[in-house]
Design a protein around this ligand. Sequence first.
Ligand code: 6PG
Length: 221
Amino acid sequence: MSQSREQLARQLAEAVAEALRADLAERERALLVVSGGSTPVPFFEALAAMDLPWSRVDVTLADERWVAEDADDSNARLVRAHLMQGPAAAATFVPLTSAAATPEEGVTEVSERLAALTWPASVVILGMGGDGHTASLFPDSQELGLALSTADSVVAVRTPSQPQPRITLSADRLHRCPRHFLHITGEEKRTVLGRALAGDDTRALPIRAFLAGPLGIYWAP
Ligand SMILES: O=C(O)[C@H](O)[C@@H](O)[C@H](O)[C@H](O)COP(=O)(O)O
């Protein structure tokens, strides 16, 4: 019998907590990179309640919509509401937006902010859309090729399928981590992942940029 989404969230939270503890035994600070969207909420809430040296943990995003932090579709708002709570409130959240009007104008400041963190990240949590995007690496984005190839840490992204301009960690920066976990739910995403595993055109299904390496896949119906 397949597990529930709540059980999956707890299982993922335990794996992430274990990874953070392992790294914090070796280094002063540890970095957790999370994705936004709707799937992560039960995972965020399970992780937030865990007993960790949270004051030594930095949390940032794999991508962000270029909106104010109090906007309904802000990933920063989602993380502050569901992860930066309880014990995890002692962690440091590092947002991916700035006061600049556009992500193109903000990438330098955000890149400098990220440079001060402890890379490689301990863990990267990826989500996936029904179009096979992950972070803000979208198939229909004109910046996809850049985001897949640049050594820069962040890329401004404009995508016809998305209402807001975005900023995303580049594939290179997302790869700078020994642990990647893909957190997806539902039959549609299971089917998309199956298609991604069966092919090699990363521009068509950008999640493919992360399937060649070690990837923990956390899926529930
Ligand atoms: O900013 C975002 O939306 C996320 O970072 C994005 O990459 C997300 O992981 C997928 O779009 C899946 O979103 P759902 O969990 O809402 O299906």
